[in-house]
Design a binder for this molecule. Structure first.
Ligand code: FE
Length: 495
């Protein structure tokens, strides 16, 4: 039976307020649940929560000894440290900046979760041997070694599941705990201990990759900080997809185009590009900011990429998901075109992989054109890299579709919404697509995206663990669907 709300008796103000609070809590919990940045080490399947005593998770990785996966490590530190590298490109140099930034952090914690049984002495030796070459204070290393040995020996051995925690303080001390039980502190080793995992010879390359992958390249598009906008613009012409914005504490701002409005003529007219950018793209930005501003603190910590990758958010808040994905897609699309002579054929690695996966560039172009021409309604035609199958794939997704949701890394996209071409081509979509390939496509950008997607090292998956830090427990007990059903039930019980 269809129920029209206009025919329902008014809800009493008191019950309405209670319901609003209840819904707000449930909704926040559901979103935090959906986008929690907890991580799983792909090598060991060991999980790390997104938060440790108020500190944020930076990355996770496996520590191997030969073929043995000894433990997984996760690093936690404060928001300032995380922000300090958020706008940096995903390169090793970001870790140098992070090490510098961590010197100002009150506490940086490393959690070592055992995957393999190791005796107390061996475990203490292994960690001490890693710290030793990074400091001249041999007495402090001995003190650390003794703490680890005592802590682990108290439970017999470091068996799978055992957790060793090292809290590196700004005063230089490293506090050791085993399975949550404090053992003691070794002085003066804070910096060398961080270096064990973060410097160029760090003991877990996968961990270093993970920190870079999870913390860098999420520059704010904010305009409350002109420097943030500048960063985004500066990198727009040569950085791959990772600079697509984040909502960390700032509102999104319409990104500047990496070229002038008339630069894509005659393929895309200035009139079309202005309307596309200043009206359509701007509207998506405005909508996301509006939704986030009304959605509470939990939403403000989500990056666009976190939203676009979240099936839970897509299902529980389609309006937010669609607008955020359109923001992401457009910023990506702008960079897929060159204002100074695009088009032609790709070169280098991209050309080689295209030949491998499609036989020839012509085949790829035909497949993308065919896919775009068959699209029903508005959408996006993507070239993406499927890391699981290790190959390039073509897909056309309707609406605000984005292959990140399917674990595929975008390499190139064509906007197949009518607003992208209708003023110039009306229904003649083929000419628009041909023009894109002949004169506009930025293969350098696509190549950078492919290189990132094919990068070596372990890229951990973001898992959607239940997380309700800072939220009342009652809120965390309810999923979004349950909350929705409960709310509807309560509303209709009013009559
Ligand atoms: Fe568009």
């Amino acid at each position: 039976m269809t129920v029209k709300r206009t025919h329902r008796p008014a809800v009493s103000p008191l019950r309405f307020m209670a319901l609003a609070v209840f819904l707000g809590l449930c909704y926040s919990a559901a979103l935090v649940d959906a986008a929690a940045a907890a991580l799983t080490d792909a090598a060991t399947k060991i999980n790390f929560d997104d938060n440790l005593g108020g500190l944020h998770l930076f990355g996770v990785g496996v520590r191997k000894k030969g073929p043995i996966k000894v433990y997984s490590v996760g690093m936690y530190s404060d928001e300032a440290a995380k922000s300090s590298i958020a706008s940096l490109p995903k390169t090793k140099s970001a870790l140098t900046a992070l090490r510098k930034s961590l010197k100002s952090s009150k506490t940086t914690s490393f959690l070592l979760k055992m995957n393999f049984k190791v005796g107390a002495e061996k475990m203490a030796d292994a960690i001490a041997e890693s710290v030793d070459p990074r400091t001249s204070d041999k007495g402090a290393v001995d003190a650390l070694k003794k703490l680890i040995m005592d802590g682990v020996a108290a439970k017999g051995a470091a068996t799978p599941g055992t957790t060793l925690q090292f809290d590196c303080s700004s005063d230089g001390a490293v506090k050791v705990s085993v399975d949550g039980k404090a053992v003691g502190s070794a002085p003066g080793l804070s910096e060398p201990f961080c270096d064990v995992f973060l410097d160029d010879n760090g003991v877990s390359p996968a961990f270093r990759e993970s920190v870079i992958e999870n913390c860098c390249g999420v520059a704010s598009l904010s305009s409350s900080s002109s420097s943030a906008q500048q960063t985004s613009t500066t990198h727009s012409s040569h950085n791959p997809i990772h600079l697509v914005g984040s909502l960390f504490y700032h509102k999104l701002k319409l990104p500047k185009l990496p070229y002038k409005y008339n630069a894509l003529q005659p393929i895309i007219s200035e009139k079309t590009l202005r309307a596309h950018h200043l009206k359509h793209n701007a509207k998506y930005i405005e909508s996301v900011n509006q939704i986030v501003s009304e959605g509470g603190a939990s939403l403000k910590h989500l990056s666009l990429e976190q939203i676009v990758k979240s099936k839970a958010i897509m299902e529980s808040n389609a309006v937010l998901y669609n607008n955020a994905a359109q923001c992401w897609n457009h910023q990506f699309f702008w960079r897929c075109m060159s204002g100074s002579g695009g088009g032609g054929e790709p070169k280098g690695l991209l050309a080689k992989i295209i030949r491998r996966d499609f036989g020839s560039f012509d085949n790829l172009r035909k497949e993308m054109e065919s896919s775009a021409m068959k699209a029903f309604g508005s959408g996006w035609t993507w070239l993406g890299y499927d890391k699981r199958k290790k190959k390039l794939v073509v897909s056309t997704m309707t609406g605000a579709g984005n292959p990140l949701l399917e674990g595929i890394t975008p390499v190139l996209v064509i906007d197949m919404w009518e607003h992208a071409y209708y003023l110039d081509y009306q229904t003649n979509r083929k000419d628009y697509i041909d023009g894109f390939f002949d004169r506009l496509v930025n293969w350098n950008y696509a190549q950078q995206n492919l290189k990132h997607a094919m990068g070596k090292g372990i890229v951990p998956e973001t898992v959607h663990h239940v997380s309700h830090h800072g939220l009342p427990l009652v809120a965390a007990l309810f999923s979004a669907n349950y909350a929705k059903k409960a709310a509807m039930h309560m509303l209709f019980q009013q009559s």
